[in-house]
Every structure is written in structure tokens, then in C-alpha cells.
Design a binder for this molecule. Structure first.
Ligand SMILES: Cc1cc2nc3c(=O)[nH]c(=O)nc-3n(C[C@H](O)[C@H](O)[C@H](O)COP(=O)(O)OP(=O)(O)OC[C@H]3O[C@@H](n4cnc5c(N)ncnc54)[C@H](O)[C@@H]3O)c2cc1C
Length: 235
């Protein structure tokens, strides 16, 4: 780990580097939600044990978005939500330059369509790294609306001066998320991406697919964590 950049009191950008970071790390434009699996050192012994190659091991690994990769500098940035409920959240809260982190992946890329008329991005803080990548990478003429399920504006989201409509709703319950999304116009050329707590995302997905009759290929909504459950979730 090379350095820490404080984004807000609840998020830190952790910049990784070192000889093990492969120079051909696959980092594709519009694969905004591509993630790596991370392994944090054992909280008692400080030892870092990577799972055997090919094993997914949902209990010892956690998924995090590849926020930025700089091949020239050999740096990979990951933005962590800081919380004390789990080992990854605690590691990010306390790590200092020189700390070790295991990184595996990314496994495969989902490249999102860049030719839609408009994009609605809905996420809590865990989805902000992907949202910032969308803001940076979508074509300049695309209409982009963002609903952030966290208090704010906590900071200005990166996006190279794009004129996006960004609203910070707070950590509201699923009903309020659906109500806010119901007020957003959606047409045949719309694309909706969502990430956050699994129960909230399930309600959002149901609204989009059933109430708004959106086609599956126009909706990418995924639970990024589950209230009360540890480990990588399969959603
Ligand atoms: C594809 C993908 C990309 C992701 N990208 C990011 C990212 O870029 N940045 C990021 O911060 N997270 C990201 N996440 C979410 C992150 O993987 C989870 O929050 C993960 O559970 C954190 O691990 P942990 O060891 O801290 O907690 P765990 O050991 O997994 O969980 C322990 C407890 O903490 C709670 N918990 C977990 N996450 C949170 C949270 N965010 N807020 C409050 N309570 C929580 C759980 O409900 C559980 O009760 C991503 C998830 C996915 C699937």
C-alpha cells in the first residue's frame, strides 16, 4: 500500500502499488463496476494468506471496485467505505503506508453500453467508486442522473465537469428509494445501474423490472453488501 487519500470522514482512497501489481492489469473503459477481490491480513496475527488459486472463498475475500489504474505509475486505487462492522472496513480505517493487502482479479469485465439516451445511477457509498467511473467515462452528450443513498453532498463527485443531476437522498429505506426512482422519467433508451445494500437493491430491481417494465438488459442492479451478513454476497 503506497498512500491514503482522505475523501470524506467515511471514505478513504487507498492507493496500491509494488512489484506484484501486474502492469497489464485489465482496466477497460465503461467497465465501471469491475471489481477485484481483496484479502486483508489476519486481524490478530497480521499474516496475509491468499486463498488457493481458483478458489473463490467468499468468507476470506471481499469485492471492491477498481476505481483507477495508472499503468505508468503502477498504481491501483480502491475507495473504501470506513466502518467497524467487518475486517475490510476496519483494515481501511486503520492502515498506513506500507501496509499489505492481497488483490485478486478482476475476474471478467462487464462493459456497460455507452450509447443509451440517459443513465440513472443509484447507489450508497459502496457504489460511489463505480458511479465516479461512469461520470468520467460515459459519452459527454449522455444525460446522467445520480441518486446517492447517503448523506451529502459529502464531496464533489469526480466526473470531469460533466453536467450531471446528482441528488443525495441519505440512507433512506427502500420505499423512499423506489419513490425517488419512480419520479425519474424512464424510456426505451434508458439504462439503470444500482448498487448498495442487498434488500434495498432487490426492491429497486423489482420496481424497475415489474412496475416500470424495463428490459433485463437495461437494468444492472446488484446488492454490494447485506445487512447483518459477512463476506462476499452472491446476489
Ligand atoms: C462488485 C462489488 C464492488 C464493491 N465495491 C466496493 C467499493 O469500491 N468500496 C466499498 O467500500 N465497498 C465495496 N463493495 C462492498 C464491500 O465488498 C462490502 O461492504 C463488504 O462486505 C465489506 O467487507 P467487511 O469485511 O468490511 O464486512 P463483512 O465482514 O463482509 O460484514 C460484517 C458486517 O458488516 C456489515 N457491512 C458490510 N459492509 C458494510 C457497509 N458498507 N456499511 C455498513 N455495514 C456494512 C455487514 O452487514 C455485516 O453485518 C463492493 C461489493 C461488490 C459486490
Amino acid at each position: 500500500m503506497l498512500r491514503v487519500e482522505e475523501l470524506t470522514p467515511t471514505m478513504r482512497r487507498i492507493v496500491l502499488g509494488g512489484p506484484e501489481l501486474e502492469a497489464d492489469f485489465p482496466f477497460l473503459p465503461l467497465a465501471a463496476a469491475d471489481s477485484v477481490r481483496i484479502v486483508v491480513p489476519d486481524e490478530e496475527t497480521g499474516e496475509l494468506t491468499l486463498p488457493a488459486p481458483g478458489r473463490r472463498d467468499a468468507m476470506s475475500t471481499r469485492e471492491y471496485t477498481a476505481r483507477r489504474f495508472d499503468a505508468g505509475a503502477g498504481e491501483l486505487a480502491i475507495d473504501f467505505v470506513l466502518h467497524a462492522h467487518g475486517p475490510a472496513g476496519r483494515w481501511a480505517s486503520t492502515v498506513r503506508a506500507g501496509g499489505l493487502l492481497g488483490v485478486i482479479g478482476p475476474r471478467g469485465s462487464q462493459v456497460f453500453p455507452g450509447d443509451c439516451d440517459d443513465y440513472l445511477l443509484v447507489a450508497d457509498e459502496t457504489g460511489l467508486p463505480a458511479i465516479e467511473r461512469f461520470l468520467e467515462e460515459l459519452p459527454a452528450e449522455a444525460v446522467v442522473r445520480v441518486l446517492v443513498l447517503a448523506d451529502g453532498p459529502a464531496r464533489e463527485l469526480g466526473g470531469g465537469g460533466r453536467d450531471a443531476d446528482i441528488r443525495w437522498l441519505g440512507a433512506v429505506p427502500v420505499e423512499a428509494v423506489v419513490e425517488a426512482v419512480a419520479a425519474v422519467p424512464i424510456g426505451p433508451g434508458s439504462f439503470v445501474w444500482g448498487a448498495g445494500e442487498a434488500g434495498v437493491m432487490r426492491g429497486l430491481r423489482t420496481h424497475l423490472r415489474q412496475d416500470r417494465t424495463m428490459d433485463a438488459e437495461r437494468v444492472s442492479v446488484r446488492g454490494y453488501w447485506r445487512e447483518g451478513a459477512a463476506g462476499t454476497i452472491e446476489d
